[in-house]
Design a protein around this ligand. Structure first.
Ligand SMILES: Nc1nc2c(ncn2[C@@H]2O[C@H](COP(=O)(O)OP(=O)(O)OP(=O)(O)O)[C@@H](O)[C@H]2O)c(=O)[nH]1
Length: 603
């Protein structure tokens, strides 16, 4: 048997918490892949933040050597896919590196919207699907219903679905057997020029960028000169190897295999996900299909709490970018917040992760302004401008039309919540209801077209509340469409705070402006004087809320108390200051800058 015929490249499609990490751990046990002494609790989850939130954004691939029932040892490569819609492009590239995918569904939860989205991506990539019902050890697992949902989704018969418990190990070996039998080995000629797909790239402090590749044709070894087809950049290969899951050097990576290439690349932006690596001396004519430049979907301002931290913030963002090609930033000067950066993210989860890591790893506390989508404005002279900052949104009369990104939104929900969900999305979220389809017993898929901005902010929690936690969502970008949008500016104590301005649809101008000024008046602490908070749009004040004056000294509380307590309080205030901002005479705390994100909280 050729080496290539013993290879299987797969990924695991699963909704958050359906048990992907646990299943891979069982695979590692069965194949004795990880030395148990070195084994952490769960191998696949790597970053602290991910561990705390219980979500895996991305993990290293892993190569298993599995001795199958037919007596042959197979090389099974498992490529992880991020489980969040912010990273859909990366999911599609990881799937493109595989011939098969395990579709893992928690039998106590059923099929969720994200699973459906990723299953369609797998089908588009011609992957062989192996449906697996997980957590069958749970007493209230709905095996029959979940089976029916899977049958509805992919049209397989129930007999094709495996049943397992990643926790107890029941049925896990059968999954590996199915992978070997049902998934085809990779094709692709070893003698052809090198053609490898980059499905991930991470930055290593000591070794530079480590590219994760799937070799489609040809081979690559140390000493080869490789070329990135999108950028044209050329590098010399220093090392190639496999993920066991720790990196293990090898002589060459051949057609069909998954592994890594190290080539003294200083910046991940030289090794873009989805790009094709070829040989510089003997290049292939055609790149692998599907490469796209990852484009940030949301932008927010990031400002150091105090001007002296500006350089630190810039250095931290620079370092961050080494490992995250999808992060973009440029300097921004705000009249209210001073010097900072306008930062582009793939989505809100991406934004949260970046902010948290800046705080933890770089100990930088910064002020983050409310995120916004990218607007496309056609000016009077016909010029088209992309607006990433509400502060630079033109005044009415200065532009001909404005467009915003729209998405195809799908929601899976028990049918009893259908009416309320449709009502919420069409009346409050500017959504257009398009279709409803059955998804198993008593469950439906609802399809809408809606503006991205509406589903990005104040959407998920409302959807969950309306459906008592049962609905799940997924979306795909449709493109830009014209909308009637206006800019609302906020004045605090009669001064315009540019970083609080936001863009809103004219129909919601008054209601949102009112909610924002009310929210701000709760979030901004009382001062010694009264503070008016006003919202202004199209030249008029459209909403106002006042913060009453206060007369109290923080230290008064500590009068007579011991000195250390007083010191601690002062110390704490100093810390807090880093994330506060003096605007004129008013101190505005960090959370006020995100007020627009929270206007739905009390409903
Ligand atoms: N009872 C039971 N619990 C399971 C089973 N498989 C996983 N779990 C539990 O389900 C929870 C989520 O499992 P993970 O493996 O972390 O899920 P995941 O899909 O990797 O989650 P993300 O990393 O967020 O994508 C954990 O508490 C597991 O212990 C199973 O077969 N039976």
């Amino acid at each position: 048997m050729y080496k290539r015929d013993r290879i299987r490249n797969i990924s695991i499609i699963a909704h958050i918490d359906h048990g992907k990490t646990t299943l891979v751990d069982r695979f590692l046990d069965i194949t004795d892949t990880v030395d148990r002494r070195n084994k952490k609790d769960q191998f696949m989850d790597s970053m602290d933040i991910e561990r705390e939130r219980g979500i895996t954004i991305k993990s290293k691939p892993v190569k298993l050597n599995y001795l199958a029932d037919d007596g042959i040892t197979y090389e099974i490569n498992i490529i992880d896919t991020p489980g969040h819609v912010d990273f859909n492009y990366e999911v599609s590239r990881s799937l493109a590196a595989c011939e098969g995918a395990i579709l893992l569904v928690d039998a106590s939860q059923g099929v969720e919207a994200q699973t459906v989205g990723n299953t369609y991506l797998a089908i588009e990539n011609d992957l062989e699907l192996i449906p697996v019902l997980n957590k069958i050890d749970i007493p209230n697992a709905n095996i029959e219903e979940t089976l029916a949902e899977i049958v509805d989704l992919i049209g397989y018969s129930p007999e094709d679905c495996l049943q397992a418990s990643a926790k107890t190990g029941q049925g896990v070996k059968e999954i590996l057997e199915a992978v070997v039998k049902r998934v085809s080995p990779p094709s692709g000629m070893l003698e052809a020029p090198l053609k490898a797909l980059i499905f991930d790239a991470i930055y290593d402090k000591y070794r530079g960028v480590v590219i994760h590749v799937r070799i489609f044709e040809g081979s690559v070894k140390a000493g080869d000169r490789i070329q990135m087809m999108a950028s044209g950049e050329i590098f010399e290969v220093v090392e190639v190897g496999y993920f066991l899951p720790q990196m293990e050097i090898t002589d060459s990576l051949d057609a069909g295999e998954v592994g890594y290439i190290i080539a003294v690349i200083k910046d991940v932006s030289s090794a873009k996900i989805g790009d094709t690596v070829t040989s510089a001396n003997n290049p292939t004519d055609t790149a692998l299909p599907g490469y796209k430049e990852a484009k940030p979907m949301v932008y927010a301002g990031m400002f150091p709490g105090m001007p002296e931290y500006y350089d630190e913030l810039r250095k931290a963002l620079d370092k961050f970018k080494l490992n995250d090609a999808s992060l973009v930033f440029e300097p921004e000067n705000s009249p209210a917040l001073g010097f900072g950066f306008r930062v582009g993210f793939l989505g809100l989860l991406h934004m949260d992760v970046v902010r948290e890591r800046l705080e933890r790893e770089f100990e930088i506390a910064c002020i983050l302004t409310a995120p916004n989508v990218v607007y496309r404005v056609t000016l009077q002279n016909g010029e088209v401008a992309e607006i990433t900052n509400p502060a630079s949104f033109p005044e009415p009369g200065e532009f001909l039309r404005v467009e915003e990104p729209f998405v195809d939104l799908s929601i899976i929900t028990p049918s009893e919540y259908m009416g309320n969900l449709i009502g919420f999305i069409t009346s409050e979220k500017r959504g257009d209801f398009k279709a409803v389809e059955n998804a198993g017993k008593n469950r439906v898929v609802l399809r809408f077209e809606a503006p991205l901005s509406e589903i990005m902010f104040d959407f998920f929690d409302r959807m969950k509340a309306i459906s008592r936690g049962y609905a799940s969502m997924d979306y795909e970008i449709l493109g830009y469409r014209e909308s009637d949008l206006v800019k609302v500016t906020i004045l605090v104590n009669k001064e315009t705070v540019d970083s609080l301005s936001f863009i809103v649809h004219v129909d919601k101008e008054y209601s949102v402006a009112k909610k924002v000024v009310d929210k701000l008046s709760e979030l901004i602490p009382q001062h010694q004087f009264q503070i008016p908070i006003q919202a202004k749009s199209r030249g008029r004040i459209i909403a106002r809320s006042d913060i009453k004056a206060l007369r109290k000294d923080v230290l008064a509380k500590c009068y007579g108390g011991d000195v250390t307590r007083k010191m601690k309080l002062l110390e704490k205030q100093k810390e807090g200051k880093k994330r506060m901002r003096e605007i004129g005479q008013v101190t505005i705390p960090q959370n006020a800058f995100l007020a627009i994100l929270r206007i739905g909280e009390e409903e």
